[in-house]
Design a protein around this ligand. Structure first.
Ligand SMILES: NC(=O)c1ccc[n+]([C@@H]2O[C@H](COP(=O)([O-])OP(=O)(O)OC[C@H]3O[C@@H](n4cnc5c(N)ncnc54)[C@H](OP(=O)(O)O)[C@@H]3O)[C@@H](O)[C@H]2O)c1
Length: 309
């Protein structure tokens, strides 16, 4: 058994170390020869800093556009990069290939399951937090838990070898609900913190109360229209709990905006807006947030191209 990791960034690197540590041969799929050369120069290892120390884990790497068959594929690109990344590896998959997508956002998992319905496909979400300090050097900010569940009939139990990982893993029997729960929390916290430039805990201040409540109510209405159950308690309570437990953290969307990178807004808020349109309900708050984040992303792109001129 060998796992190939498409998306050798923070989350891909974390799970590559977990797979390799479990004795499972693991190969990073890199997109450029420069990245392969840098990986070779660094001794073909992933370096992971944890609260307990620093681990150096040997893994393999090869070009994503290679030719050998892929039996087990972990996809950990940003959600918006999934299709472009997959195009290069699709010819390497076969009827017995297993695929696991570990990403935020929604839409890409369902699209892949529809595109390759005969393959064993799982999706998952993780609450682990990892930062990339440099290309193959990571810092584990917090070991969370990971929920994985089947997206196609051929996916049974956990993906091959994942029961051996030293990582808190749960098999979800309703992965669509798990994905929607994560989506709902991200849709409440990420755009607001990215627009305000504030850490998550700021959303607990009284000045945000009305806006956060209205946003959560709109997200719940979209989920209901789409026939998706969220939590057994109101979304606002879940969001407040996450904002409290991660009070000092900056959301990934805020980090992306601050670094001038593209965000996953289209796969989070954008997905909710699509669902609202499909089911004939209005989503003015989410539409506005989608628009405002697009403006910030556009400003970033303009700043970057003027710096490069
Ligand atoms: N980081 C976290 O703590 C965390 C926590 C929970 C969930 N997530 C979710 O996990 C997903 C991955 O996030 P991340 O933080 O790991 O992102 P990341 O560090 O940016 O990693 C993404 C990786 O995908 C690679 N990639 C993009 N397009 C590719 C292509 N065409 N072929 C091959 N590789 C390609 C990138 O390569 P380059 O280096 O060449 O750009 C990068 O190495 C996201 O959906 C995120 O929301 C992240």
């Amino acid at each position: 058994m060998r796992w190939h990791v498409l998306g050798a960034g923070a989350i891909g690197g974390l799970f590559a170390t977990r797979l390799a540590r479990a004795g499972i041969p693991t190969t990073l799929l890199l997109r450029s020869t420069q990245q392969l050369e840098a990986f070779d120069t660094g001794g073909r290892t992933l370096v992971l800093e944890t609260g307990q120390g620093t681990e150096s884990v040997a893994v393999d790497a090869e070009p994503a556009a290679g030719t050998s068959a892929i039996d087990h594929l972990l996809i950990t690109t940003k959600a918006y990069a999934t299709d472009a990344a997959l195009e290069r590896v699709l010819p390497r998959l076969h009827a017995g290939s297993e695929i696991l997508l570990l990403q935020n956002g929604c839409g890409q998992q369902q699209a892949l399951a529809q595109r390759l319905p005969g393959l064993a496909i799982w999706a998952g979400t993780t609450t682990s937090g990892v930062r990339r300090l440099s290309p193959f050097h990571l810092r584990l900010a917090g070991e969370g838990e990971t929920r994985i569940g089947p997206m196609t009939a051929a996916a049974r139990g956990l993906p091959g070898g994942w029961d051996r990982l030293a990582h808190p893993l749960h098999l979800s029997d309703d992965i669509e609900r798990t994905l929607w729960q994560k989506l709902a929390i991200n849709a409440a916290i990420n755009p607001l913190t990215a627009l305000a430039g504030c850490p998550n805990g700021t959303l607990l201040e009284s000045g945000y109360d009305t806006r956060l409540r209205a946003l959560c109510a709109e997200i719940e209405a979209i989920a209901q229209a789409a026939g998706r159950a969220l939590f057994d308690t109101p979304l606002i309570d879940q969001v407040r709990t996450v904002a409290r437990t991660t009070a000092a953290n900056r959301s990934s969307m805020l980090e992306d905006i601050s670094a001038g990178r593209r965000t996953e807004i289209d796969q989070i808020t954008g997905y909710l807006c699509q669902q609202a349109r499909r089911h004939g309900i209005a989503a003015p708050i989410n539409e506005r947030l989608l628009h405002d984040i697009h403006i910030l992303e556009g400003n970033n792109m303009r700043d970057r191209s003027s710096r490069e001129r």
